[in-house]
Design a protein around this ligand. Structure first.
Ligand code: DPP
Ligand code: ZN
Length: 883
């Protein structure tokens, strides 16, 4: 397989101006005719025109209406090359044939299990539809004519506006769609099927009415209410926050049950994985509702950040994804609880992205090379990319960031651009000097930022010493320091933010103000050297420092001078809610690391009372008045997040023994009762979500005790639940402990929901993520269960994905977990390489395992790597993991 490098980027020799596509749809054989107006870049020469094409049968090629003999064109399994072309603009017409029914890769045009035709073109799926310059810097205006059997495919959709439709012979009909905006082919979409829509309208701020339609099979229409609400909120938010208005009169969303990604932002025709559209109180959880809100927002926001301004090449993917994730994070924060959203996002970044950044697949936010672009839709490009965008805002302030965005659109609307272009807009709009910041795009690895402090009582000054180090990653042994915005607050002995007036920064004196011009309570230190010192002046007492507030940079923070007492103090008092959570997490982690060896030595395990007390107080159970004052105002969702006090440890005994005293001391039974709702009506708002979350968290901890009365309590919660959030949480709590209760509950749940495929997926997840030893056997059984289907990515993500995150079973000592994964990967790779390669990534960090497991995991990777006919997708991950 061929590796593609960023440094080799060259513009094309030909522009495509307009594209007219004609599809005659049928399952076995669909014909596609494309007529492209081609503009040579240079009127004095005509280089070969190389078109991408895969699994497409070429029928004919015409240049300016004249047919080329097929023997005269160069055709390989990947490319169609045309030579001796006119130097003047010309019409290129290509006839081709594809086979949607046998396309199990779910890229290009495929037949969904639900019976509809559907497309997915990002990143390089358009080449499976027809021969084309399949790259994002080729932007053209598309007109699409679709012909299909009217009874089977009554609804025919593509991008833009419907300009014509009517009946044809033999029961066929047609529709013609015209998209007035230039776009790269990865944003092309086509849908045909038996679909019904929920309709609504949105009035834009300039007074235009936009038709909104969400398409699903008829029986699912009632479940699209939340998605429609989310869409309207998104449209309003982008106008309010960024002044960005929707630019067409119609916006369609289609839900499909089999889709590789979460969703796709095709111009005016978003296609969504059903699980990110369909929701009802009975079938979807709070987590699902929140995900729908975020992803509807995300895809909608792409209309400006992605579609109007797109990427020059796929290395720039984070230009649109990092930025759009940042935008959807901010949107969800504004619609719900900002700190809770932030905590969740950072937790994901740390578990998934930090580990990616420390493994064999580590790559910069803008990768330097790839074999298969699909493998680079990663947490690094998305989530770390969003952190990079967030840092601009932290450094430039909200207003400065908005100025940068405005300039970005002013300069680049309608263009395909690079990460430097975004950087330059931010810099120029703010006359900022940020050049070191660009290293975030080119260097992989998570910086380690060590911060230590010293208070000088006589001088009333407080010195903060910073040291940054970026670990080596594959292909990048040596790193340069980057620019890290370190947000700092200093608390006085009452727990209040001290006013920060003056800062001695690298020898120069700065007076500090917050963004609104008032006294500063949080200062953003710009750390851009390997070692650096900052000194706060005019501090009357020794402060307790709150570093990296709101997680101001994606780094690993090390704070040798922060004590356990400081952490407890921050947990109680920090005005930065993110850092309250952080303090609890840091303490919880220390505690667990301390308990593990004790558990191994069979010693008595106990949680220090100070920690228990801190946790009690977070839940509002403390009596100390100063704490009371602080926690009473604490967001309910934060309470719940702060109460997840530790990463679970694998030693069951350690869990049980430490948790045994913990939930009791924390009055978790009371928390369950207090937070139970008497209102059977489900409301998805922050207050109710927070209440359910705290209740269900407490229930989970209680059930880990595995005592008769806790089981009884969970059963009662399970049976009385009036929504999926509560029902599923109770089921999950019960499922922690093996035995008849668990088996019966699982059977009962399946029986109740067997016709709701998205709910059945949750049932699969629960079994797949089980820590009960010997689960591989059950996994094999589930592969044959009627509810499982290897062809549907959601099924794979539900059953195989969570299994690979289990400590006990995936990492079973005998290697059975690894072997299971290898088998599944190889089987899957024959159908859907994109999904297969996501699965195999679970093995890529094998070098971090213990010796025995290393060799077992490596053996499975080798087995995969040497399999004949492996896809490029899986090959890339397996070979890079072994390198
Ligand atoms: N559909 C994916 C996303 O929106 C890829 N663009 O992130
Ligand atoms: Zn996206």
């Amino acid at each position: 397989p061929k590796e593609i490098f960023l440094k080799d980027y060259k513009p094309t020799g030909y522009h495509f101006d307009t594209v007219e596509l004609k599809f005659v749809l049928s399952e076995k054989k669909t014909t596609v005719v494309s007529k492209i107006r081609v503009l040579p870049r240079n009127s004095s020469e005509s280089p070969p025109l190389v078109l991408d094409g895969r699994d497409v049968k070429l029928l004919f090629v015409k240049i300016n209406g004249e047919e080329r003999k097929l023997e005269e064109v160069e055709l390989t399994s990947r490319h169609l090359t045309l030579k001796s072309l006119p130097v003047q603009p010309f019409d290129l017409e290509i006839g081709s044939e594809i086979h949607p029914e046998t396309n199990l890769s779910l890229e290009g045009l495929y037949k969904s299990s639900s019976g509809m035709f559907c497309t997915q073109c990002e990143a390089e799926g358009f080449r499976k539809i027809t021969f084309y310059q399949d790259r994002p810097d080729v932007m053209a205006k598309f007109t699409t004519r679709i012909e299909a059997d009217k009874a089977q495919y009554p609804v025919l959709l593509s991008n833009g506006n419907l300009i014509d439709s009517g009946d044809l012979e033999n029961g066929f009909h047609y529709a013609v769609w015209e998209d007035p905006f230039k776009k790269p082919c990865y944003l092309f979409a086509l849908v045909a099927g038996q679909l019904t829509s929920r309709d609504d309208t949105f009035k834009t701020r300039s007074g235009r009415d936009v038709q909104l339609r969400i398409w699903t099979p008829a029986q699912d229409v009632p479940k699209t209410e939340h998605a429609m609400h989310a869409l309207k909120l998104s449209m309003k938010w982008d106008e309010d926050v960024y002044g960005l208005e929707y630019d067409l009169d119609l916006f369609n969303i289609v839900a499909v049950p089999d889709f590789n990604m979460g969703a796709m932002e095709n111009k005016s025709l978003n296609i969504f994985n059903s699980k990110l559209v369909l929701a009802s109180a009975e079938t979807a959880t709070d987590v699902d509702y929140a995900a729908i809100l975020g992803v509807i927002g995300h895809e909608y926001f792409h209309n400006w950040t992605g579609n109007r301004v797109t990427c020059r090449d796929w290395f720039q993917l984070s230009l649109k994804e990092g930025l759009t994730v940042f935008r959807d994070q901010e949107f969800s924060s504004d619609m719900g609880s900002r700190p809770v959203k932030r905590i969740g996002d950072v937790a994901l970044l740390r578990t998934a992205q930090f580990s990616e950044d420390a493994g064999p697949m580590a790559h910069p936010v803008r990768p330097h090379s790839y074999i298969k672009m699909d493998n680079f839709y990663t947490v690094t490009v998305y989530e770390k990319g969003a952190e990079v965008v967030r840092m601009y805002q932290t450094l430039l302030g909200k207003d400065g960031f908005r100025k940068g965005m405005d300039l970005y659109f002013e300069r680049h609307d309608g263009q395909a651009v690079t990460c430097e272009d975004f950087f330059a807009a931010m810099r120029d709009a703010n006359s900022a000097n940020l050049s070191v910041f660009l290293r975030w795009y080119s260097q992989a690895g998570t910086p380690i930022l060590t911060v230590s402090t010293a208070y000088d009582a006589a001088a009333r000054s407080y010195t903060v010493k910073c040291k940054q180090e970026i670990p080596s990653t594959p292909g990048q042994p040596v790193k340069e320091p980057t620019l890290i915005p370190l947000a700092v607050g200093l608390l006085n002995s009452k727990g209040e933010d001290m006013v920060l007036t003056e800062l001695l920064d690298g020898g120069s004196l700065k007076s500090l103000k917050d963004t609104a011009g008032g006294p500063a309570k949080t200062a953003v230190l710009v750390v851009d050297k390997e070692e650096q010192e900052f000194t706060f002046l005019n501090l009357p007492e020794k402060p307790v420092p709150s570093f990296l507030r709101n997680f101001s940079a994606p780094v690993r923070l090390v704070t040798p001078t922060v004590t356990d007492d400081d952490l407890l103090f921050l947990l109680a008092h920090d005005s930065d809610e993110f850092n309250r959570w952080e303090a609890g997490q840091t303490m919880g982690r220390k505690l667990m690391l301390d308990l593990i060896p004790k558990a191994q030595r069979n010693e008595q395990l106990a949680v220090p009372s100070a920690f228990v007390e801190g946790m009690r107080r977070i839940c509002g159970k403390g009596t100390n008045t100063s704490w009371r004052k602080r926690t009473d105002g604490l967001d309910g969702g934060c309470r719940s997040r702060c109460s997840t006090y530790c990463p679970k440890i694998c030693d069951k005994r350690a869990c049980v023994e430490t948790e045994a005293r913990f939930p009791e001391n924390c009055e978790y039974r009371l928390i369950v009762t207090e937070n139970r709702s008497s209102d059977p009506h489900y409301t998805f708002d922050h207050k109710n979500k927070a209440r359910r979350s705290l209740k269900n968290l407490a229930l989970g901890y209680l059930c880990s005790l595995d005592e008769a009365d806790t089981t009884e309590l969970a059963l009662k919660e399970y049976k009385s639940a009036t929504n999926m959030t509560d029902q599923f949480a109770a089921l999950s709590s019960l499922c922690q402990n093996p035995g008849d209760v668990r088996d019966e509950a699982l059977a009962n749940f399946y029986e109740q929901w067997k016709d709701e495929t998205l709910v059945v997926n949750k049932w699969l997840v629960l079994q797949s993520m089980s820590d009960i030893p010997g689960n591989v056997k059950n996994m094999r059984r589930l592969l044959d269960h009627p509810s499982f289907d290897m062809k549907n990515p959601n099924k794979v993500y539900s059953l195989i994905g969570p299994f690979c995150r289990t400590a006990v079973n995936f990492h079973a000592k005998d290697g059975s977990g690894y072997e299971f994964l290898a088998e599944v990967t190889l089987q899957l790779d024959k159908m859907n390489p994109q999904v297969a390669s996501r699965m195999v990534s679970s093995l890529s960090r094998w070098k971090r395992f213990d010796e025995g497991r290393q060799s077992l995991a490596k053996a499975q990777l080798e087995r995969i790597a040497k399999t004949d006919g492996l896809s490029e997708n899986v090959f890339e991950i397996a070979s890079k993991s072994l390198a």
